[in-house]
Design a protein around this ligand. Structure first.
Ligand SMILES: C[S@@+](CC[C@H](N)C(=O)[O-])C[C@H]1O[C@@H](n2cnc3c(N)ncnc32)[C@H](O)[C@@H]1O
Length: 206
């Protein structure tokens, strides 16, 4: 089922890409750290590639990226640019055809659209396509509860799940990941705080 959030991205994909073209310093630093930890040629699956900004930087840093998105317009846009991009909803789709295991999962500002009760399932699916010792890096908005936003990079309504560090860390651990580190940072133009979470795939199946 296509969510209202995905329909909003789908209607406004080009505007989203234009408004988020510059790589924020925090994202660049995280991608450089990812590339350093993995080494050249490592394979990364990206969840929510959007306009493909981060994938291009990952490739410049020597990583091999599998682009995916749940929003058809982003998938179409990346394919028009000549990239392979899978239409993927990590909650319900079969990830076993995606040529895993990967060395890392990169999910910048995408899993904040997953419902709280579904995040463990999504992270378990991602653990299943990541090698033991592989990395997860994702960013989420910090806060309590959930809400709809109609401002920001697109006009339509988007649903956000807000997280506190301890709560998301517990979900990540339950889903097959260990060595969890959560960093808090400022982001956006409304003074909101973000959580950047790193974790390592442990050897236990979720
Ligand atoms: C704020 S954008 C971030 C895009 C890109 N990662 C970036 O940093 O520019 C959110 C992304 O999450 C995707 N998305 C929306 N709902 C999702 C869901 N339920 N699960 C995974 N990704 C989702 C959207 O299609 C979009 O690409």
């Amino acid at each position: 089922m296509t969510s209202e959030t995905v329909r909003s991205y789908d209607r406004d994909a080009a505007a989203y890409v234009a408004r988020t073209a510059a790589v924020p310093d925090s994202v660049r630093a995280a991608l450089e750290q990812l590339a350093d930890r993995l080494g050249p040629g490592a394979r990364v699956i990206e969840i929510g590639s959007g306009g493909g900004r981060d994938a291009l930087l990952m490739e410049q840093l020597g990583l091999a990226v599998r682009r995916t998105d749940v929003t058809p317009a982003f998938v179409a846009l990346l394919r028009e640019q000549g990239h392979t991009c899978d239409h993927l909803d990590p909650l319900v789709d079969d990830l076993s055809s995606l040529d895993g295991p990967y060395d890392a999962v990169w999910a910048n500002a995408s899993l904040l659209h997953v419902a709280r009760d579904d995040l463990a399932t999504v992270l378990g699916h991602l653990a299943a396509v990541t090698r033991t010792g592989g990395l997860l890096c994702m960013s989420l908005k910090e806060g309590d509860g959930e809400g709809w936003s109609t401002h920001g990079t697109i006009n339509g309504p988007r649903h956000f799940t807000y997280w506190q560090a301890a709560a998301v860390e517990a979900v990540v651990r339950r889903a097959g990941w260990g060595d969890v580190v959560v960093r808090q940072g400022l982001g956006g133009d409304r003074g909101e705080t973000w959580l950047e979470l790193w974790a390592v795939r442990d050897g236990v199946s979720p």
